[in-house]
Design a protein around this ligand. Sequence first.
Ligand code: GRF
Length: 235
Amino acid sequence: MNAPRKRTVILISGRGSNMAALIDAAADPAFPAEIVGVISDQPNALGLGIAASRGVATKVIARADHASKDAHDVAIDAALATFGAEIVALAGYMRLLTTEFVEKWQGRMINIHPALLPSFKGLDTHGRALDAGIRVHGCTVHFVTPAMDDGPIIAQAAVPVLIDDDEPTLSARVLKAEHRLYPLALRLFAEGKVRMDGNRTAFSGFAETTSHDTVAAPSPAREEVDLEQLARITP
Ligand code: GRF
């Protein structure tokens, strides 16, 4: 008999394209996580309509309706309890969570960040990547710890930075990778192949021959990279 699917709630603030990727992956009954709810701190978040159209329960918990940041996060925590959440997936949730909240959910809360951490923490990752002139960029799924964009890394996907890239082209390439990476990472976590162990991510249950392929390079790069061009500009 299959293990029960892990009840997962997604926190969003906006567009919700990563949320949609997770919901779509979890539409497969064999996927080890079930998306039981979406919480937004923004009443007008586009993702709310997308979630509702896919039959996922949504809840708005706006900061403005709460006296303090603490009270806001307490309300989110209460909603998570109501949903029976076992996993929290941040997907473009644009507000820093309180240390109390993070510590309560530590090891059970994951986030996607549009850069190869630990480089480019914070906002405007694509613009800063272009300014820095890096030739390989990407995205990271990691466990959430109190320091921003700092927790143990679960999975990363790399994409090339092409010489004629601008922010729109680069962010679109990374976003496409995000939509493949996040479901992969949630699957690994929900099925118990990754867990947070102190300051690290512990991996288990991988077949020797597939682990590197699955965890480190889940192929969005392979699909698009012009390796010759990358090699020419990356001595
Ligand atoms: C994504 O780039 C994600 O990595 C970052 O915020 C963005 C959210 O986009 N944390 P979306 O709402 O998932 O479309």
